[in-house]
Design a protein around this ligand. Structure first.
Ligand SMILES: Cc1cc2nc3c(=O)[nH]c(=O)nc-3n(C[C@H](O)[C@H](O)[C@H](O)COP(=O)(O)OP(=O)(O)OC[C@H]3O[C@@H](n4cnc5c(N)ncnc54)[C@H](O)[C@@H]3O)c2cc1C
Length: 541
């Protein structure tokens, strides 16, 4: 069956959240937030949209690569953030890309960028379109004659596997499931599972420095990138395959996190893992979130490097069906293809107890037969985690404001930032609704480091219908200001895009920003690549 993704929201056209889950979520909106009248908006229909006609036409040689169908243009108009969903539910597709290109190979990408540079057409690299920061939206300012979304989706093959070095050369447009499917016959895996895994691509992960499966050590995609091929308007850049390199600043690192503003990543050599055979996991309960965070610190500083080390506060644990709402829950997991992990888990649980945790004996599971370890809090959490985006869309359609905010902070400032962000989110959410509104703010630690952690906040409250974007702006501003004031970053893994650039500009030193602008001028002299992302459109060093 030829399945299509929705042009307006998360996931497949023929897939929605489980109706029982939706009912439970409706009950929660009524009970927790006092939202008794749940009027359901949308979804928008394609025949409802009157898209602005394309302002540009491609040269004849490029025509076979280009689509101007309403479905393709609407699908490439927005990412998957709350702001995007609100505008889509309003059937507001006022600024679609004029054209959408589907290159089949690197030469096509070169030809497309040549045309864009010469004709002053803004070129927007597009992977899975799961950006939550305005990274693929064709909001490029006035100095271009039109916009072209360049969708890498046809470039989806694993081209070569070097089993001895345990690495593979992979095309950038491959989606998570297709990538893992192609590596499976060799028993290999990239083991990079962002929540958006099913609908995001290798190129998108590299371009946004995405954060995935591993809660410690290989937290971001960065460490898994061995070498890159990048098409820039100034020429092709291919970096060398090396296990490590001390020759000056790393060329890969210039493009990892460049968000489509410096070039189009077409291929990458990625470091792989053998599929794990040994697994060990358990969970521990904490009466106090701060004690759970202390356990995460001890674990992150122990050298044990657990693959899973995620702390959910009591509300987050309850919302995900992991615990009853009185305790924070710490999920600990180890995996290896090579050795049994009982010793690792035993020591980790000692540390979890040292911080005041109550280890749930029934949660302890180990396996050495490759079958995995099924059941328990971690599986309940994972199931809820993967279904969450479908449910998010249903809640938003029912008039709930649902947004997530993530950052990273050193341990010495963790508690102050956590309190400040929760307070900022609650007061801004109340204010945005004229006061008096119930607000739900939850937190989990998604990734942990020896020197700090990445807290991830979810804010749910009644949306101000008709003024959702203003409400989002107020809450986002207050929360992100609090993060920066307390030493955090504007993003640990969601990227900067267009929406968060104003905070990125605040946190990065001016000479560094000039250096980035100079790099852009060198590889993209006409400034056509994703204008407005990371740097203001037309920024000069
Ligand atoms: C429900 C949900 C859950 C999410 N969970 C996570 C998570 O767990 N971890 C995480 O890190 N992020 C997460 N995200 C954010 C998003 O999925 C990531 O940023 C992801 O890496 C984007 O990949 P993509 O292929 O969808 O890229 P897109 O959204 O298409 O593009 C993202 C950016 O990368 C650029 N780009 C894309 N492909 C290329 C390329 N080949 N060359 C150059 N530039 C390119 C685009 O121009 C854009 O600036 C989530 C988003 C949603 C909606």
């Amino acid at each position: 069956m030829n399945r299509r993704r929705k042009f307006w929201g998360w996931g497949w056209e023929d897939e929605r959240a489980d109706p029982l889950q939706v009912q439970a979520a409706e009950a929660a909106l009524r009970g927790w937030l006092g939202m008794h009248e749940l009027e359901v908006a949308g979804p928008p229909r394609l025949d409802q949209l009157s898209l602005r006609p394309p302002r540009i036409a491609p040269p004849p040689a490029l025509e076979p690569l280009i689509s101007v169908t309403a479905f393709d243009r609407a699908s490439h108009c927005y990412g998957k953030s709350y702001r995007d969903l609100i505008r889509a539910l309003r059937a507001d597709f006022a600024n679609p890309p004029d054209l959408v290109a589907f290159p089949a190979n690197e030469s096509d990408v070169v030809a497309l960028l040549d045309w864009c540079s010469g004709a002053r057409v803004a070129a927007i690299p597009y992977g899975g379109g799961s950006s939550v920061c305005g990274g693929i939206e064709p909001e490029v300012g006035e100095s271009f004659i039109g916009t072209l979304s360049i969708d890498l989706g046809k470039m989806q093959k694993v081209l070569e596997v070097d089993e001895r070095s345990r690495a593979a050369r992979i095309q950038a447009g491959v989606f998570g499931p297709a990538l893992e499917e192609q590596l499976r016959p060799q028993g290999l895996t990239l083991r990079h599972y962002p929540q958006s895994f099913e609908f995001s691509t290798l190129g998108g992960w590299i371009a946004t420095r995405s954060g995935g499966h591993f809660a410690t050590q290989f937290t971001h995609i960065d460490e898994l990138v061995e070498a890159l091929r990048v098409v820039t308007p100034a020429g092709l850049i291919e970096t060398r395959r090396l296990p490590g390199d001390g020759a000056g600043p790393s060329p890969e690192r210039l493009f990892i996190g460049s968000e489509g503003a410096l070039g189009i990543i077409t291929e990458a050599w990625m470091r792989l893992f053998v599929r794990p055979r040994f697994r060990a996991k358990a969970s521990a309960l904490y009466a106090d979130f701060a004690n759970g965070a202390e356990a995460v610190r001890l674990l992150a500083q122990s050298g044990l490097n657990p693959a899973n080390c995620r702390l959910l506060d009591a509300r987050e644990a309850m919302m995900n069906g992991v615990a009853g709402g009185e305790h924070a829950v710490l999920l600990i997991g180890f995996e290896s293809h090579d050795h049994a992990l009982d010793g690792w888990l035993k020591r980790a649980l000692e540390l979890a107890r040292d911080a005041g945790g109550e280890v749930q004996q029934s949660s302890i599971r180990t396996s050495d037969d490759g079958a995995g370890v099924r059941g328990g809090s971690a599986d309940a959490w994972r199931g809820a985690f993967l279904r969450a985006p479908y449910l998010r869309d249903e809640l938003v359609a029912r008039g709930a404001f649902v947004e997530t905010f993530e950052t990273a902070i050193t341990w010495d400032r963790f508690r102050a930032l956590d309190s400040a962000v929760r307070a900022a989110a609650e007061s801004a959410a109340r204010e945005s609704n004229g006061g008096g509104t119930s607000v739900l703010v939850t937190c989990r630690i998604t990734h942990a480091y020896s020197d700090g952690a990445a807290p991830y906040f979810t804010v749910i409250c009644p949306a101000r219908r008709g003024a959702e974007l203003e409400q989002w702006d107020l809450i986002k501003t207050r929360v992100t200001d609090a993060m920066l004031e307390h030493g955090g970053t504007v993003t640990h893994h969601h990227a900067v895009g267009r929406d968060f650039r104003r905070w990125y500009e605040r946190q990065e030193p001016a000479p560094y920003q000039r250096a980035l602008a100079a790099a852009k001028s060198a590889v993209d002299p006409a400034g056509v690549l994703n204008p407005g992302v990371l740097l203001a459109a037309g920024a000069r060093p």
